[in-house]
Design a protein around this ligand. Structure first.
Ligand code: C5P
Length: 226
């Protein structure tokens, strides 16, 4: 099987649309690999910050994206995948809203996106790949056989992020999260390169008020029609 013939399911959407949770569960059910592309942008944002770079310095941040070593490590006990950035386990730092905002800033730099292209496509391995992000169906895997775009109201997305971050012990307020999520989505949708938008051939699923199991079933039915 050549890499191009390995089936891909792309799951794109704004922050808090449930992409992360749904992608993980769907990948588990299908027995496919998982690409959390947001973690790559978070890792580059983190590495650039750790190196003291000005996040608007496109040339310096692009060089950083080209040279930063990012690895995913499965702890093997069903626990959270660890993200290793230049040999430092940065998993905890990467889940904060500060890391998300830095990711969103550097993600608008074309050179950064180019630097991460091959790395993302390298995840396409047999028996299949579930790719979670913003431009999986439009730019990274435009030939994917299965494409989904998840949405939910901004209020619901902020509530989900709030619960997620609280469960992880982080100190956040719902009002601040709603503002941050809206600002991030606006920037992601307005940028010139790979803006956040559904692929023309994606199925859009509004997950507002739908329990996780219902969304998983809806996404799985795209890959395995009844
Ligand atoms: O999905 P996650 O919240 O981890 O993504 C963090 C940020 O990384 C997003 O707000 C977006 O700016 C950027 N991103 C992107 N393209 C992707 C995945 C994430 O631009 N495929």
């Amino acid at each position: 099987m050549t890499a191009d013939s390995v089936p891909v399911l792309t799951i794109d959407g704004p922050s808090g649309s449930g992409k992360g949770t749904i992608s993980r569960l769907v990948a588990e059910q299908l027995g496919w690999h998982l690409l959390d592309s947001g973690a790559l942008y978070r890792a580059v944002g983190y590495a650039a910050g750790a190196a003291g770079l000005d996040l608007s310095d496109a040339a310096a941040v692009t060089r950083c994206a080209e040279t930063t070593k990012i690895r995913f490590r499965d702890p093997g006990d069903g626990g959270e995948t660890r993200v290793i950035v230049n040999s430092h386990d940065a998993t905890d730092e990467l889940r904060t809203e500060t890391a998300a905002a830095a990711a969103s800033a550097i993600a608008a730099i074309p050179g950064v996106r180019t630097a991460l292209l091959d790395k993302q496509r390298g995840f396409r391995r047999t028996p299949g790949l579930v790719a979670d992000g913003r431009d999986m169906g439009t730019v990274i895997f435009p030939d994917a056989a299965f494409k989904v775009f998840l949405t939910a109201s901004a209020e619901e997305r902020a509530k989900r992020r709030y619960k997620q971050l609280k469960d992880k012990g982080l100190n956040v307020t719902l009002a601040a999260l709603l503002r941050e999520i809206q600002a991030r989505d606006e920037r992601d949708a307005a940028r010139k390169v790979a803006p956040l938008r559904p692929a023309r051939d994606a199925l859009t699923i509004d997950t507002t008020g739908i329990p996780v199991a219902g969304v998983v079933a809806a996404v799985l039915s795209v890959v395995r029609p009844a």
